[in-house]
Design a protein around this ligand. Structure first.
Ligand SMILES: Cc1cc2nc3c(=O)[nH]c(=O)nc-3n(C[C@H](O)[C@H](O)[C@H](O)COP(=O)(O)OP(=O)(O)OC[C@H]3O[C@@H](n4cnc5c(N)ncnc54)[C@H](O)[C@@H]3O)c2cc1C
Ligand code: SF4
Ligand code: SF4
Length: 456
């Protein structure tokens, strides 16, 4: 097993077959031949520089024959007194909660914990810089990784951006600038950083904390265009975009989209009214996300997600699920629970799984089936902890197949700004998917009724 991969092999396998999430980590190794580019399909991919040497090596979270998430996390956390769960790996404690002080919660996606933590690391002089994703004032690139040293600006980095970003620029900066960094990333980005830290010591010395957010899937830039098109404003006039606007009186999961235009118009629409926001359809999803088996960021020092379970969902202000692994961060959290800054309570492993039930199903059973289908087709198939399998349930097989078709059709559609044309293209598949669900619900009801009648 090797951590590095030959860049030509990476190009022929992961990149050419579109199993790339666009993280940009492969650009950061010494003499990397790659640089990141935004494609016309609205995703980042590495392209080969003119100066490519055929034998240069790099790292990639999707490359085969390398340590997987469990092995990486084992090395980091097994001896740090962590526990292990077969579904989501190593952990110290699992909490649900939110930030009590400041505006973190209301300005955050969920309980505001990620931005609180990164601010706290700066306040306590535990790091010099925080690397997170912030809004840009450009219609071409709406969101981008930034390097921040000032806690007052940090709220600019809060909120979930369902929009592609990559680490190329910030990793180049870290390489050139000494300092202590904390980095916020999606699970595959953090896995990429972990591999990089094992091959390029400068990143291990400088990135002291890797913080992950849970991840269902990432979208292409066309998803944002699709949402803006439903506000009937010119995309170039939008100066602020919020994917996660909290709607008072609604469930936390029932949020809205907010935009601000150059003329100062503030427009909000509940996501339920916006076509394409159903996460289960997976419109404009990156293909790589269908071949990823890390839902919570197993290789990170701490991970944060949404507590979308009945006991927390009713509070529209949002509640996080927090999974700790690094003892320094665990201690920091406990200190601020005691002083009242954080309203956290311990929850069971079962609650964590319940909160991400759809994600686990799609990326365990669903992934096994997708891998089986790809294997049958032939060619390169990424190596995963989940093994290829023709799952038993005919219904679930249908669901996963239709979802794959929806991903592909939407991703390459040219109608992402033209709602009627896009609907015409996608609705037949969406209806097919909904029909399978209806059948499942009807079968469940019939079985329940049968059981009830038997009891009588
Ligand atoms: C693409 C995506 C998919 C997600 N899927 C799930 C899911 O399936 N289940 C779940 O429970 N939670 C998911 N989340 C995480 C969830 O939306 C919240 O980000 C998380 O609960 C933290 O909330 P918070 O209030 O503590 O964060 P905040 O305080 O609002 O901070 C959010 C942090 O995330 C960073 N960030 C935002 N977008 C990105 C991005 N694209 N790439 C890297 N960093 C980013 C910000 O810079 C900031 O540091 C997803 C987030 C994203 C971006
Ligand atoms: S997933 Fe990341 S590291 Fe792998 S090829 Fe794509 S950009 Fe490079
Ligand atoms: S689903 Fe997996 S591959 Fe896709 S962005 Fe999230 S962590 Fe990366």
């Amino acid at each position: 097993m090797s951590i590095q991969i030959n860049s030509q092999t990476l190009h022929k396998t992961v990149i050419r077959n579109n199993y790339c999430s666009g993280c940009g980590v492969c650009t950061a190794t010494a003499q990397s031949p790659f640089k990141m580019e935004l494609t016309k399909n609205g995703q980042y991919i590495p392209v080969v520089n003119a100066n490519m040497h055929s034998d240069t090596k790099t790292v990639c979270p999707f490359a085969s024959n390398q340590p997987d998430e469990t092995q990486i996390a084992k090395k980091l956390y097994k001896n740090a007194g962590s526990r292990f769960h077969p579904e989501f790996g190593y952990y110290k404690n699992i909490y649900a909660g939110y930030v009590r002080n400041g505006n973190y919660r209301i300005q955050g996606s969920s309980g505001g914990s990620v931005t609180w933590l990164t601010d706290q690391l700066l306040k306590d002089n535990m790091v010099d810089y925080v690397i997170n994703v912030a809004e840009q004032n450009s219609p071409e690139i709406r969101f981008k990784y930034q390097i921040q040293e000032n806690i007052n600006n940090n709220t600019n980095g809060s909120k979930s951006k369902y929009y592609p970003v990559n680490l190329e620029e910030v990793l180049a900066y870290i390489k050139q600038h000494n300092g202590r960094y904390a980095l916020v990333g999606l699970p595959c980005f953090v896995k990429g950083i972990r591999l990089l830290q094992q091959t390029e010591p400068v990143f291990a010395e400088r990135i002291l904390f890797n913080i992950s957010i849970f991840c269902g899937h990432l979208k292409s830039t066309h998803y944002l265009s699709l949402l803006i098109a439903q506000f009937s404003v010119d995309e170039n006039e939008v100066i602020h975009f919020d994917f996660r606007y909290k709607l008072p009186g609604h469930k936390a999961s029932d949020y809205g989209t907010k935009i601000i235009t150059t003329s100062g118009k503030k427009l909000v629409k509940p996501n339920k009214e916006l076509f394409g926001t159903n996460w289960g359809w997976g419109l404009f999803k990156l293909k790589a996300c269908d071949y990823c088996d890390d839902i919570i960021g197993e290789t990170a020092d701490i991970s944060f997600g949404d507590a979308w379970i009945p006991e927390y969902e009713d509070d529209y202000k949002g509640t996080n699920i927090i999974v700790t692994r690094h003892s320094v961060l665990e201690n920091l959290i406990q200190k601020h629970m005691t002083n009242g800054d954080l309203h956290y309570e311990k929850i069971s492993t079962g609650k964590l799984i319940q909160s991400q039930a759809g994600g686990f199903r799609h990326r365990r059973e669903g992934l096994a089936y997708r891998l089986y289908l790809q294997q049958k087709k032939g060619g390169f198939v990424p190596e995963k902890r989940v093994k290829p399998l023709k799952i038993k349930s005919k219904k679930r097989r249908k669901i996963y197949k239709i979802r794959m078709q929806l991903q592909e059709k939407s991703f390459y559609s040219e109608h992402y700004k033209n709602i009627p044309a896009l609907k015409k293209e996608l609705l037949p598949l969406i209806r097919k998917l909904e029909k399978v669900y209806e059948h499942s619900a009807w079968t469940k009801f019939r079985l329940k009724l049968k059981k009830w009648l038997k009891k009588k």
